[in-house]
Design a protein around this ligand. Structure first.
Ligand SMILES: Nc1nc2c(c(=O)[nH]1)N[C@H]1C(S)=C(S)[C@@H](COP(=O)(O)O)O[C@H]1N2
Ligand SMILES: [Mo]
Length: 532
C-alpha cells in the first residue's frame, strides 16, 4: 500500500512538473512574441527556427511537404515546432523536479539556440534579433524554477536523493495553482499584446498600399479575346482571381513592406551606372500591362501551382539598359541577374531572357490592384516563360548583375537547376479524378501552358485509343495558358483519360515522367473515371 501511494505521489509530482514545463514553454514563447513585436516580428523564435528548418530541409522533403500539405505546409511546420517545444518543455519540467537549476539552465540553452538561429537568418537586422529568444528563455527559466519549486521539486543538489531517502520537498498546492494561474494569464496577455503590436506595425505598410493610385498603362494589355474563356463549369478561369492565386514561398511571416520607404537598387557586373528607384519613381515611368501565366517548378503533373494574372509594371530591360547593362549576346559581362528580397531570398534569372524582348517586368499590380502582400507588395519580378523560382522574386529590393559561374542563388544551392524554362503541360480540370459520370456526352476540359512558346494543339486519349483533337479556346498570348475542351461519347465502364499539348514550336509534350526536381515535372496528366 505504502509503495503504491509513493508511486502515485511520484507520478502526481511528475505530472505537475511536466505541467510546469509546459507553462514555462508557454511563458517563454509569449514573452518572446511580445519582445519580437517590439524588436522585429520576423525575429520571433518560432519564425527563425521555422526559417532555419525550411532552409535546411532537403529538396526532396520540401517537395514532399508541398505535395502533401499544399499551401498549409507552413502551418504544419509551425504546429510541428510548437509540438516539439511543448514536448521538450514537459521533459525539462520533469527533469527539473530533480535538478531544478539545471532544468532552468536547459531552458536558457534553448534560448541561445533560438538566438543563434535569429542571427543566422538571411534577413537578420542586427544584434537586436537575439532579444526575443533570449528574453523568452529567461522568462521561461524563471517560471520553470518557480513552478517546479512549488510543485515540490528539489531546490538544491543535496535534495536530489533517489527513492524515498531524500527529503521530499513540500508540495505547495495553493502556491502552485496560484503561480500557475498567474503565469497562464500573464502569458496569454503578453502573447495577445505582442500580436496586437505586430498587427499595428503592418498598418504603415497597409496604409501605403491603400494609398497607391495605379497609373494607366502606357502599353495596355491586348484585350482578352471573347473566345479565350470557355464557359465550361470546372475549368480554371482564364484570369485567376488574386484570392485564388497559388502562393509558394519560404516566408513564415508575410513581409509587410512600406512602399513609402521602399527602394530598389540595381548594381553589379557590367553596370556602368548603379541605380536606385523609389516606388513613386517606378510609378512615374511608362508602364506595361500584360497577361502572364505563372507556374511553380514544384507543380506535379496535373497539380494546382499555376495561375494567370494581368500584371502592370515597369519593363525590366529598360531599367537594366539605363544602368548600362547589355545582354550577354550583345557582349554583356553578366549572364545572371540575382534578385534579392526583403526577406533575404535570392533568385537567379538569365539576363539574356530578360533582355530578349519578352515582357519581363517589375510588377506593381496584379489584376487591377496593387500587389497583395502575399504576392510581393510593393514590387515583384515576373518573367514570361520561366518558372517562378528563377524569375518571380516577391518583395524585391535589389538586383545584382553577376554570372552563373560565380553565384548560386537559394534554390540552386538546394539542388534545383540554374536555368528553368517552363515545360509544356496540359491539365484535365474536369472531370475530376475518380469521378462517377453518367454515360453519354461528357465534356472533358482544362488548361494547357507553354509560356512564351504558346499552345498550338491539345489532344485527348481515351484508354489506349487514338489521340483525338481537342477544341482550343481562342489564343490570348503565347505567355498565357489556353483552355481546351473535348466532347467525349462516354460508354459505361472504367476509363482513363489522358491529355497532351503541343507548343507553338510544334513540339509535343513528352510522356516521359520526371520528378519536379531539378527543373520541373514532365509527363502527361491522366484521370480515371467511372461511367454509368
Ligand atoms: N521573396 C520570395 N520570392 C519568391 C519566392 C520566395 O520564396 N520568396 N518563391 C518563388 C516561387 S518558387 C514561385 S513559384 C513564385 C510564386 O509566386 P506567388 O506566390 O505569387 O504565386 O514566387 C517566387 N518568388
Ligand atoms: Mo516555385
Amino acid at each position: 500500500m505504502r509503495v503504491v501511494s509513493i508511486n502515485r505521489r511520484t507520478a502526481g509530482r511528475a505530472a505537475l512538473a511536466a505541467a510546469s514545463g509546459l507553462l514555462a514553454g508557454y511563458a517563454a514563447l509569449a514573452a518572446a512574441e511580445l519582445t519580437a513585436s517590439l524588436v522585429r516580428p520576423q525575429a520571433g523564435p518560432v519564425t527563425v527556427i521555422g526559417g532555419a528548418a525550411i532552409d535546411r530541409t532537403p529538396a526532396a522533403l520540401k517537395d514532399f511537404a508541398i505535395r502533401t500539405f499544399g499551401e498549409n505546409d507552413k502551418l504544419v511546420l509551425q504546429l510541428g515546432i510548437l509540438a516539439t517545444v511543448g514536448l521538450l518543455a514537459a521533459l525539462l519540467g520533469v527533469f527539473a523536479l530533480r535538478h531544478r537549476r539545471t532544468g532552468a539552465a536547459g531552458v536558457l540553452a534553448f534560448g541561445v539556440l533560438g538566438a543563434a538561429a535569429a542571427l543566422g537568418r538571411p534577413d537578420a537586422a542586427g544584434a537586436g534579433d537575439v532579444l526575443p529568444s533570449l528574453l523568452g528563455a529567461v522568462t521561461g527559466a524563471l517560471v520553470l524554477y518557480l513552478l517546479v519549486g512549488k510543485a515540490g521539486g528539489a531546490t538544491a543538489p543535496e535534495n536530489t536523493g533517489t527513492g524515498g531517502t531524500g527529503t521530499p520537498a513540500a508540495w505547495n498546492r495553493r502556491g502552485f495553482l496560484l503561480a500557475a494561474g498567474v503565469t497562464a494569464i500573464a502569458s496569454t496577455g503578453a502573447g495577445a499584446l505582442g500580436r496586437a503590436l505586430t498587427g499595428r506595425r503592418g498598418q504603415g505598410a497597409a496604409a501605403s498600399r491603400a494609398a497607391v493610385r495605379l497609373p494607366a498603362p502606357a502599353s495596355p494589355a491586348a484585350p482578352i479575346p471573347a473566345g479565350a474563356a470557355l464557359r465550361i463549369p470546372g475549368v480554371s478561369p482564364f484570369t485567376t482571381p488574386n484570392k485564388e492565386f497559388y502562393r509558394v514561398d519560404t516566408a513564415l511571416v508575410v513581409p509587410t513592406v512600406d512602399a513609402g520607404t521602399w527602394r530598389l537598387r540595381i548594381h553589379g557586373k557590367g553596370v556602368s551606372r548603379p541605380l536606385s528607384y523609389s516606388f513613386a519613381e517606378l510609378l512615374q515611368r511608362p508602364l506595361i500591362e500584360r497577361d502572364i501565366t505563372l507556374t511553380c517548378v514544384s507543380n506535379e503533373v496535373g497539380g494546382p501551382y499555376a495561375g494567370s494574372a494581368r500584371w502592370l509594371g515597369v519593363r525590366l530591360s529598360d531599367l537594366l539598359r539605363e544602368a548600362g547593362v547589355r545582354a550577354p549576346s550583345d557582349g554583356g559581362r553578366a549572364d545572371q541577374l540575382i534578385a534579392r528580397s526583403v526577406d533575404g531570398m535570392t533568385l537567379g534569372t538569365p539576363v539574356e531572357e530578360v533582355m530578349d524582348g519578352r515582357d519581363a517586368m517589375l510588377a506593381v499590380a496584379m489584376n487591377g490592384e496593387p500587389l497583395p502582400f502575399a504576392h510581393g507588395f510593393p514590387v515583384r519580378m515576373v518573367v514570361p516563360g520561366l518558372y517562378g523560382y528563377v524569375s518571380a522574386c516577391k518583395w524585391i529590393r535589389e538586383i545584382e548583375l553577376t554570372t552563373f559561374a560565380s553565384y548560386d542563388p537559394y534554390w540552386v544551392k538546394r539542388g534545383w537547376a540554374r536555368r528553368a524554362p517552363v515545360k509544356t503541360q496540359a491539365r484535365i480540370d474536369t472531370p475530376k479524378p475518380f469521378a462517377r459520370i453518367p454515360a453519354g456526352t461528357v465534356t472533358v476540359a482544362g488548361v494547357a501552358w507553354a509560356q512564351h512558346r504558346g499552345i498550338e494543339r491539345v489532344e485527348v486519349q481515351v484508354d489506349d485509343g487514338p489521340w483525338q483533337e481537342a477544341s482550343l479556346a481562342a489564343p490570348a498570348t503565347a505567355d498565357t495558358w489556353r483552355q481546351w475542351s473535348f466532347d467525349w461519347k462516354a460508354a459505361s465502364g472504367g476509363h482513363r483519360l489522358t491529355v497532351r499539348a503541343t507548343d507553338g514550336r510544334g513540339e509535343v509534350q513528352t510522356e516521359l515522367r520526371t520528378r519536379t526536381i531539378p527543373d520541373g515535372a514532365s509527363g502527361r496528366h491522366g484521370v480515371f473515371v467511372t461511367v454509368g
